[in-house]
Design a protein around this ligand. Structure first.
Ligand code: PMP
Length: 352
């Protein structure tokens, strides 16, 4: 830390993204990227847009908002475009939390929520997941703060139904409920259809997972026009050009080929279920994941040890140090070949 760093950030511990070691080629199953590259039209659109990089992008992101409006059945004033969904999660902490309004989220969830809370100097309350790592809906009915729920949750992959989230929305008319749907397209139910009815709902989604565009940094928020206007105030007060020309063109092309994305999601879901069965056969306990990753523990090997030994064998998975989940590992679902290699090497590790 330099002697100039503001004391307001002295205690801030930054978010730690999944490692990207360069020492060798790994089978990378640690950051929940899509197993498949984007549709070829996506790269073509980005290349074409690159020819106009001397010009600022459209700050209103109108072209892609129109395309998304068509896909979701929302109007453009119910949509905001962001630089990866991390961008809008931070905006939500800025816009809807303060000295009087804490953030409320599960004790085991996306690690960035507590970082954003500290960055924005707001209090947060963590509600413990149940013993089986599920969210107890009744714990969120008197939240007294802005609620953040990843659905499916991370890193468990376990999803709430739309009906369960609706119960939380109904019980919290004075609180904003942020539903982070980064992984929703791998088998969970989106809450976007509830936006018309609930003015306290903000849904966030990303192009990083189901749309194979993690490298481009594109996400969006969907909510009532009033909530979107608040978020636009934050966006225009930080970086109105947060979506660059190439990403905007790539994202629009990506939506034009959504059937390709959906086919890949179905493939990943099939591979997920196949891998789950194979892991269970090896003695793992695996959560009921509706995401593009699995969360698993084995009675005979610690999470950290399995992570370490697989890394030595060229396979990266994600281990978290938090007390409650340190026996587990999160394993992104890759291609069938990658998952066959994972199972093969894991079997070897278990044999010792
Ligand atoms: N929410 C959750 C639950 C995530 O796991 C991630 C990915 N790390 C994000 C949001 C943010 O993803 P992105 O910024 O790539 O859209």
């Amino acid at each position: 830390m330099s002697r100039f760093f503001s004391e307001k950030y002295a205690e801030l511990e930054a978010y730690v993204p999944g490692e990207q070691p360069k020492d060798q080629q790994y089978i990378k199953l640690n950051t929940n990227e899509n197993a498949f590259p984007p549709h070829p039209a996506v790269a073509q659109a980005a290349e074409k847009a690159a020819r106009e990089l001397h010009l600022y992008p459209d700050p209103e992101c109108m072209q892609i908002r129109k395309a998304l409006a068509e896909k979701t059945g929302l109007s453009v004033d119910e949509l905001i475009m962001v630089n990866g969904s991390d961008d809008i999660l931070n905006f939500a902490f800025m816009a809807f939390c303060d000295r009087h309004i804490p953030a409320v989220f599960p004790d085991i969830t996306y690690g960035f929520y507590s970082v954003f809370a500290r960055l924005n100097q707001v209090e947060y309350r963590e509600i413990p997941l149940q013993e089986d790592l599920t969210i107890r809906v009744d714990d969120y009915l008197q939240a007294a703060g802005t609620i953040f729920i990843a659905n499916p949750n991370a890193p468990t992959g376990i999803a709430l139904s739309r009906e369960q989230i609706e119960k939380i929305l109904q019980a919290n008319p004075y609180n904003v409920v942020v539903v982070d749907e980064a992984y929703v397209d791998f088998g969970a139910e989106s809450c976007i259809p509830l936006i018309a009815e609930y003015d306290n709902l903000l849904v966030t989604q990303t192009f990083s997972k189901s749309r194979s565009m993690a490298g481009a940094r594109l996400g969006f928020g969907a909510a009532s026009p009033e909530i979107i206007r608040d978020l636009e105030t934050i966006r225009y007060s930080t970086n109105p050009y947060n979506i660059d020309r190439m990403t905007m063109a790539a994202g629009t092309a990506c939506l034009e080929h959504d059937e390709y994305n959906r086919t890949n999601c179905r493939k990943i879901m099939r591979t997920r279920e196949k891998t789950r069965k194979a892991l269970e056969k090896l003695g793992f306990e695996v959560t009921e994941s509706k995401a593009n990753f699995l969360f698993a523990r084995h009675p005979e090997i610690s999470g950290e040890e399995l992570y370490r030994q697989l890394k030595e064998r060229g396979i990266l998975i994600r281990h978290f140090g938090a007390e409650r989940i340190r026996d587990y590992n999160r394993i992104s679902v890759g291609t069938d070949e990658q998952m066959d290699a994972l199972i093969r090497e894991t079997e070897q590790v278990l044999r010792g």
